[in-house]
Design a protein around this ligand. Sequence first.
Ligand SMILES: Cc1ncc(COP(=O)(O)O)c(C=O)c1O
Length: 326
Amino acid sequence: MIVESPLDLIFRNLFYRLKGYADGIDVFLKLEGFNVTGSIKVKTAIGLIEDLERRGLAKPHETVIIESSSGNLGIALSMVCAIKGYKFICVTDANATRANIRGMQLYGAEVLVVEERDTSGGFLENRFKTIDDLLATHPNSVWLNQYDNLANKNIHAAQTGNEIANEFERIDWIFIGAGTTGTLGGVSERLRDLFPTIKVVAVEPTGSVTFGGQAGKRNIPGIGTSMKPKIAELACPDRVVAVEEARTVEACLSFVENYHLMVGGSTGAVLAAIDQLTPEFAPGETIVAISADLGEKYMDTVYDPDWVRQHVTRKEPLRTKANTET
Ligand SMILES: Cc1ncc(COP(=O)(O)O)c(C=O)c1O
């Protein structure tokens, strides 16, 4: 395989067949963590920028792209903007890891770290204030706003949804982690067209408000929100499974043990949701799930026993051999 650009490093037909995962039924895990910049978000980044270009709202070497992100989208946009010739300013906060900030800077992004918490104890309001200031002071700037941007959903209908549809003759269940809900909304829109009886399962952490849950503290990044994203109105899952962070950690650890791949935090939540709904699966059904990223970047969080002890509350000990208590 010879590539002409890092953006050719998107692996669209990569599925890990998890033999017998759900009480003897196979599960197909779509692996997005091998994509360049390490996650599904490289597709989102390309989709958001190319949408601006199509609408005549962005010109290389003139337009300044602004977005708020502390993780996967920030790195992905940094690379895409570097390749396409846009200045990118990423607004992030004190929770962002040094590796993420350094990665964005290496790709040429300017990174603004919001240090001060707002009245709710989080950083979101202050991030938005910083974005307002940037838009007012940079005449050629555009805020992508992934939470309220249809292009975030549409790219996953056109790409991720079709990539899944191309692989299977029928699909009965699809499990998708929900952050902005761009992946959930887009993939479910496309798959419902093709497989009208499919059951779409949205997976989020407990403490997320996206689908009407009670706001609560969350520590694992990627999925869940403290403010309902506007595009979530368009995502109509058949089921919503809220997963406790302890179950997410447990699912990540037992996946490493049994399937020998370190997956990211949101994948752990998706696997835990599959465990929860397994009694509802019928033999012969096709079950597909999306793994948004891999585990290496979670060594200081999900895979660090000290971090888990400090941050993840649980009612009972973790049920895995690779127990974080050891
Ligand atoms: C690791 C991971 N999983 C899941 C998601 C959720 O994707 P979406 O924002 O499309 O809902 C994200 C989004 O950043 C993510 O980084």
